[in-house]
Design a binder for this molecule. Structure first.
Ligand code: ZN
Length: 585
């Protein structure tokens, strides 16, 4: 549980940080009456369901149910814990953190881990430039990298022995346990040993310029070719994009997404400083979010082998969920950008970029692969595969591609259009079915989550929700609620906790603005509180309706008591009475 900060400090923070400005740094917000709306930064979407409420200084996404105050937003988007998020906001606002004791063990630990990685990177670089590490330097130079590039990316080399690295880090004050927690060493029965040995090293740097992890590549063809830092306190594999720290200031409105960091380094050296890579995983939603935040156009440079093409298809699918213009690159001059630039120079790569297909052209090209379009059979097969590609497109795009196909295959426009319209109808039907299915599923999941203690009715659940929502809007209801309910009367853990927090704060005359609540609730829970405050149908501003809800909760609690009684211990009369009560007669 995070430590509470004093209200005066939080109040200053609230007054100095405007949530629209803050979120506006991450999301392109558009005004819609009293609210602002934008594309949610927490999930991929094409139409905005992310709303900022300036009045209550809060936000909520109707698509993924993320919500909260400014602190919760920073926690979630920067992947920080509560105190770290407050610190970041305090810095922004030019406020000193209060002197009182708060638990900053994690912050200190992370800070030290970052310093440790910096020291390790310094070591790998220095070792590479020493006589013993020459082999590493020669590897990089042999790949055509200049000393400037090597320095720019902070590349290095890890010694081919068991002690040098550990001894150096110890001499700088880092314990084996710390190195272990940072995944720089591993453990065996014989003790700690360096994780990276005889490998050329690439530091992985986050957007703030911190070294958060390392990738190590073998010098020859042995396996495993790449070793990467596992998840640590400061690094989560799917949360970062390699070289985005440089690419974000390339001045381009596009990114070139590559498979590996060697491609990226080669491209940067050749002047394409908007190249990035996804660090050895299938693209995660977090990475998709990052990419779409920094550009409006993305080129995809993936290997032409089977694995590369599979990764490419998956990347296209994921990026299609956003508004990005997607341009898969197809080239035959070499196996990767590095090779093409070496063989033909940067100009050739530039022309590959400028002649890049868009997503639809790429998909159509994939459909016709291996088909002989001079035969009727080949043309029919091609059309059959192409129709589903065209079905989801807008009217103008449909028109363009159908005309092209019609010309290419000498099939009438109308015939193709009829097929596409049919496919579109099917698609919409399936989509509606899927939407309904997922709605149903999320409702059931929500029911499960809400009923943490016992299975209880949706009626009681609604009553709890309405009591909390009404109390948030009308703190003066507390006295009457308190006279009739104890926290234990709430059936789900979340609402019981919410009630306790609201009761304690209102009872002692404190504000219940979201910023004061966010130390008590997880980001997920904050989302639910914000949602409640904006659910007009749940909020009653007269106590009469709240009273009805209180009655419902009391009844539910009575029923639960009945459930617990062993019927065998009752007389016939008692049993009959309970039985009738239970049925509500
Ligand atoms: Zn969302």
């Amino acid at each position: 549980m995070a430590t509470r900060l004093n209200d005066q400090f939080l109040e200053q923070l609230r007054d100095r940080i405007d949530i629209e400005d803050l979120i506006g740094e991450y999301v392109d917000l558009k005004r819609a009456g009293r609210l602002t709306k934008g594309l949610c930064p927490f999930h991929s979407e094409k139409t905005p369901s992310f709303v900022v409420y300036p009045e209550s200084q809060s936000y909520y996404c109707f698509g993924c149910t993320k919500g909260g105050d400014a602190i919760t937003f920073i926690r979630d988007i920067e992947n920080l814990d509560y105190i770290e998020a407050v610190k970041m906001l305090a810095d922004k606002a030019g406020l000193q953190m209060p002197n009182e004791q708060y638990d900053d063990t994690i912050i200190k630990k992370k800070k030290r881990m970052l310093e440790m990685n910096k020291e390790a990177a310094r070591f790998f670089y220095q070792y590479m430039t020493s006589k013993e590490g020459e082999i590493g330097l020669n590897y990089w130079l042999g790949r055509g990298l200049t000393p400037q590039t090597i320095k720019h990316f902070g590349l290095g080399y890890a010694p081919n022995d068991w002690n040098t690295f550990i001894n150096y880090m110890r001499s700088k004050g880092y314990s084996a346990q710390e190195l272990y927690e940072g995944d720089l060493v591993r453990k065996s029965e014989k003790g700690f040993y360096p994780f990276f040995r005889n490998r050329v090293m690439t530091p992985i740097i986050d957007l703030r310029g911190n070294i958060i992890a390392f990738g190590g590549r073998v010098l020859d063809d042995s396996k495993p070719k790449y070793l990467n830092t596992s998840d640590t306190l400061i690094y989560k594999k799917g949360n970062n994009i390699f070289a985005l720290n440089f690419a974000k200031s390339s001045g381009e409105d596009s990114l070139i997404l590559c498979e590996g960091y060697m491609d990226v380094i080669a491209l940067h050296q050749a002047g394409f400083t908007n190249a990035v890579a996804g660090l050895g995983t299938a693209l995660t939603p977090e990475q998709v979010r990052l990419i779409s935040h920094y550009c409006s156009k993305v080129y995809l440079s993936y290997d032409s082998d089977e694995a590369g093409q599979k990764a490419l298809r998956s990347a296209i699918d994921k990026l299609s969920e956003t508004n990005l213009n997607i341009h898969p690159l197809k080239y035959s001059e070499g196996k990767d950008p590095d090779e093409i630039i070496k063989k033909f120079g940067p100009e050739r790569w530039k022309s590959i970029l400028s002649g890049a297909m868009n997503e639809i052209e790429y998909k159509l090209l994939t459909c016709r692969e291996g088909l002989d379009l001079t035969t009727d059979d080949g043309r029919i097969k091609y059309l059959r595969l192409a129709v589903p590609v065209l079905a989801p497109l807008g009217a103008i795009e449909k028109d363009v591609y159908i005309s092209r196909l019609s010309e290419e295959l000498s099939v009438s426009r109308d015939a193709i259009m009829a097929q596409v319209v049919d496919a579109e109808k099917r698609l919409n039907r399936n989509r509606r079915r899927a939407d309904y299915g997922s709605l149903d599923k999320s409702f059931n999941e929500y029911k499960d989550k809400a009923s943490t203690r016992n299975d209880f009715g949706i009626r009681a659940h609604k009553a709890e929700e309405a009591i909390i929502a009404s109390l948030q809007s009308n703190p003066d209801f507390l006295k009457k609620i308190e006279e009739q309910l104890t926290p234990d009367d709430f059936l789900s853990d979340f609402y019981r906790h919410a009630y306790e927090v609201l009761r304690d704060r209102i009872g002692s005359g404190q504000s219940i603005d979201f910023i004061y609540l966010s130390s008590e609730f997880s980001p997920e829970e904050m989302g639910r509180l914000v949602k409640l405050q904006n659910s007009g149908d749940l909020i009653s501003n007269t106590f009469r309706e709240v009273q009805d809800c209180i009655n419902v909760l009391k009844e539910e609690n009575e029923k639960k008591k009945v459930d617990k009684i062993n019927p065998a211990s009752l007389s016939d009369e008692e049993f009959l009475k309970l039985f009738k009560d239970k049925r509500g007669e």
